[in-house]
Design a protein around this ligand. Structure first.
Ligand SMILES: CC(C)(COP(=O)(O)OP(=O)(O)OC[C@H]1O[C@@H](n2cnc3c(N)ncnc32)[C@H](O)[C@@H]1OP(=O)(O)O)[C@@H](O)C(=O)NCCC(=O)NCCS
Length: 172
């Protein structure tokens, strides 16, 4: 299925995901992350917020993805305030394609999608030892808001990282 791209990194295209990508996204999720989800969860998030579900593609192969959920609840940044938030639920780049700014481009594009969905902040959970991801998020002004003790099934802690997306103008 031909689809317009939103960004390009050399031969790599970043574009909105579609239903035909879901099987490949699930395979990439299984290959790259210990947190997995049901097929219907991927489809649900794609239907709910297509603006914040993106893939990176090279030679018709999905080599990266980011999947987010739009939520309403207490702000991670301003206590006792309700806000509309973009939650980065799952995000990965295939090993052979890392360190070429594909990951950063996917996050930035998802932030643009969150803005279009009227979110005022973005947040995510990341394993405390995942330095590549933590550095990436910090490089685009996410800050560590709190530590979530034993957040993961294996007992590891997570860092909750957040960003005020009204403050900065994301540009690709
Ligand atoms: C995290 C991940 C998505 C990064 O993707 P990527 O395409 O390699 O990232 P980028 O090339 O866009 O890197 C952007 C920034 O992230 C940081 N970074 C990326 N890889 C890094 C590494 N191995 N070590 C330290 N910092 C790293 C750097 O700050 C980098 O900026 P710089 O190149 O200007 O120094 C990738 O490593 C991955 O898929 N990991 C497994 C899945 C995962 O951990 N997902 C995140 C779950 S919260």
């Amino acid at each position: 299925m031909q689809q317009a791209f939103v960004s390009k990194i050399g031969d790599i295209i970043v574009r909105l995901a579609n239903i035909y990508d879901v099987d490949d996204i699930i395979s990439l999720n299984l290959e790259t992350l210990p947190e997995h989800y049901s097929n219907s969860f991927f489809i649900e998030l794609l239907i709910d917020s297509p603006e914040t579900f993106l893939v990176a593609e090279h030679d018709k192969t999905i080599i990266g993805y980011i999947m987010c959920r739009i939520e309403y609840g207490f702000s991670s940044l301003k206590k006792i305030k309700l806000s509309r938030k973009g939650h980065i639920v799952s995000f990965a780049v295939k090993k052979e394609y890392r360190n070429r700014t594909v990951g950063k481009t996917l996050v930035k594009q998802a932030l643009i999608g969150m803005k279009s969905k009227k979110c005022s902040e973005a947040y995510l959970e990341v394993r405390v030892n995942n330095l590549a991801a933590i550095n990436l998020y910090q490089s685009i002004d996410f800050t560590i808001t709190t530590t979530l003790e034993k957040y993961y099934r294996d007992g590891q802690n997570a860092l909750l990282m957040s960003k005020d997306i009204n403050k900065t103008q994301e540009k690709l």
